[in-house]
Ligand binder design. Structure first.
Ligand code: C2E
Ligand code: MG
Ligand code: MG
Length: 603
């Protein structure tokens, strides 16, 4: 306990309430026993007894202390219980001995007259615990001494609850990191400091790559643990003065201060990516996750927090689109590109709504007989101003926005309905996006569509890309097996472009492999491409699956493919994708057509 400061006794300033201290000498005895006064004395005694009762049994802790030496003169039971001191211990203390910090008591100094107002104090209980108090004070006379009556309202819990609420409003519940709100405040401070010191600030927005796949395949529990692990690693490599926040489900922001050159941010980005890359051991699973980073720097890319965050986010989209696992700096044109993308999204939504998308069909040709075995349905968007828009431009937008499910459903229905009118031995191939497997109703969609269109299952081929199997979840495989059990054929599209093509061939019995057009390009003149194509063909033959070469554009390519024993070809040499009306007439002219091998079927 602190020593009390010696101080001059103060006189009570105003409205004095008499309060009984030790039993006072009867007034009548002092005043010579005048009869008339005896009534007053009885009344006074009754009043004093009421006051005492009010004090002693008050549920609010109360203390009376001397105004001069601040010694505690009386305490009620609630105070004894609350502070943990006995009555006799209390009487050896001054009010200052209870205070956690040596501050002027509210009845001293300029606020002396302000007796009823609550003052926030911190006291120490007998067990050493700190408590927050709102203290109401009132001056009175206790025994014959000027004193102060203190009512002490414990606000510790309320303050804790308030602090918890404030914390929750500013932090992310999962990782405990600051959220976007707090980050903005911290950024404002950092930016202000950097302006004074003529330094730059780098804003790095980091997005985890394929985090959704972790949630979908291993469950949200592991997803949450992964996010906590990532947060911990990020924090561990940052300096105290760098801010870190979680912005969104799989997005974090790092604010790097004291930057002088862009290379400083590059160095930081590399360290962040390295820190994340090591595997995480979570509930017995070894989980590997990559990340991409977008960087914006003040003052060039903005000098206030909102703009810098937005620009770093645009740079992140670029990093994700280019090649994940890397970083990208904000560039001036990004905003315009993002706007174009948003425009595509709005217009595509409208096109889906008004049923403006159409399948075009590109023939798949048997290389030994020259006959058309089927057609691949490729989506086309006839845009009122821009003409035909390539799916390469809008499929990624459809996938990002979830519109792909509507596009995919629409294509499947149209393709099956059209193909049902084609000859019985002509199949139709429809591309599926990995996202359509995540919705969970793909199997029933296919069953219903086949039923409604009347197309036999064996005439439908579904093309999937390797990225779908990247997720290799048991649900995806179960759906593929169920589709195949219906009689639908499953093709692996763009074979050779992913990283694990071979292992995927083991995980599912595909009916067809489509060699990606990048291997077919200039096949005749490129021995490396020939070696790859030869291996894929022999691999496919070993597995008993049909091999189709995509992107066949020249006689030389088709000859080469035929020599290697490739079954099917698809490409501009045979035909571009065409609307259904042309397909029907094309098939009519084909009749029992056996075109000279490799000759263009359609001009
Ligand atoms: P994909 O499934 O590999 O389709 C083949 C692409 O190669 C088509 O481009 C086709 O027009 C093009 N192509 C065909 N022959 C040649 C050739 O000889 N030379 C060259 N250079 N290209 C050729 P398209 O129609 O632009 O489609 C691009 C991609 O968009 C498709 O690649 C597919 O992944 C996606 N896509 C198209 N329609 C759909 C759809 O309905 N659903 C989904 N999920 N994706 C689709
Ligand atoms: Mg395809
Ligand atoms: Mg392809």
């Amino acid at each position: 306990m602190r020593k009390k400061k010696p101080k001059a006794a103060r006189k009570p300033k105003q409205s004095i309430v008499r309060f009984p201290g030790r039993p006072a000498k009867p007034a009548a005895a002092r005043d010579g026993g005048v009869i008339g006064l005896r009534v007053d004395i009885t009344e006074l005694k009754q009043r004093e007894a009421s006051f005492r009762l009010l004090f002693d049994s008050n549920p609010v802790p109360m203390i009376v202390c001397a105004l001069g030496d601040e010694r505690i003169l009386a305490v009620n039971d609630a105070a004894i219980q609350h502070y943990g001191y006995s009555r006799s211990e209390f009487e050896k203390l001054t009010i200052r001995n209870l205070q956690a910090f040596d501050v002027e008591p509210p009845w001293a100094g300029e606020h002396a007259g302000d007796e009823r107002a609550a003052h926030a104090w911190k006291h120490v209980r007998a067990d050493g615990a700190l408590i927050d108090l709102a203290i109401y004070s009132r001056q009175l006379v206790y025994g014959d001494r000027p004193a102060v009556l203190l009512a002490l309202m414990d606000t510790t819990e309320r303050k804790r609850a308030e602090a918890r609420l404030t914390f929750m409003a500013q932090h992310d519940g999962l990782t405990g990191l600051p959220n976007r709100n707090l980050l903005r405040q911290q950024m404002d401070d950092i930016l202000l400091r950097s302006r004074r010191n003529a330094e730059k600030v780098a804003v790095l927005v980091l997005g985890l790559d394929h985090f959704k796949a972790v949630n979908d395949t291993l469950g949200h529990g592991i997803g949450d643990k992964l996010l906590r692990g990532v947060a911990k690693r990020l924090r561990s490599i940052l300096r105290e003065e760098d801010a870190l926040a979680r912005l969104d489900s799989d997005e974090f922001a790092v604010i790097q201060s004291g930057v002088t050159r862009p290379e400083d941010a590059v160095f930081m980005a590399r360290r962040l990516l390295d820190a994340i890359a090591d595997p995480y051991l979570l509930d017995g699973h070894s989980v590997v996750i990559g990340a991409s980073i977008g960087i914006a720097m003040s003052p060039g890319d903005g000098d206030e927090s909102e703009k810098l965050l937005k620009n770093a986010d645009l740079a992140l989209s670029r990093a994700k689109n280019d090649s994940r696992g890397t970083f990208s700096f904000f560039e001036a044109g990004m905003d315009a590109r993002a706007q174009t993308r948003r425009k595509i999204e709005t217009e595509l939504r409208e096109a889906v709504h008004t049923d403006a998308l159409r399948p075009y069909y590109q023939p798949l040709v048997d290389l030994s007989s020259g006959r058309i075995t089927g057609f691949e349905a490729l989506v086309r968007w006839p845009h009122p101003e821009r003409g035909m828009i390539s799916p390469a431009e809008f499929i990624p937008v459809a996938e990002e926005t979830g519109l792909i499910n509507a596009v995919g459903g629409l294509m499947l229905r149209r393709a099956c309905t059209d193909a049902a009118q084609w000859p019985d031995d002509v199949r139709v191939a429809v591309n599926l996006s990995p996202l359509q497997f995540r919705v969970g109703n793909l199997l029933s969609l296919v069953v219903e569509t086949l039923e409604q269109s009347g197309l036999p299952a064996k005439r439908l081929e579904l093309e999937i890309t390797e990225t779908l199997l990247l997720e290799k979840s048991s649900e995806v495989l179960a759906t593929l097996h169920a589709l195949r059990a219906l009689g639908v054929r499953i093709s692996m599209d763009d074979f050779g472009t992913g990283y694990s093509s071979l292992s995927y061939l083991r995980s599912f019995p595909f009916d067809k492999i489509k060699i990606d057009q990048s291997f077919v390009r200039d096949l005749a003149a490129n021995p490396d491409a020939q070696a790859i194509v030869r291996s894929i063909i022999s691999l496919g033959k070993g597995l008993g699956v049909t091999i189709t070469a995509e992107g066949v554009e020249s006689e030389a390519e088709v000859n080469c493919l035929r020599n290697e024993g490739c079954h099917e070809g698809q490409g501009f040499l045979f035909s571009r994708a065409r609307p259904n009306a042309e397909i029907v007439s094309l098939l009519k002219t084909q009749g029992n057509w056996s075109a000279p091998a490799g000759a263009a079927l359609v001009a």
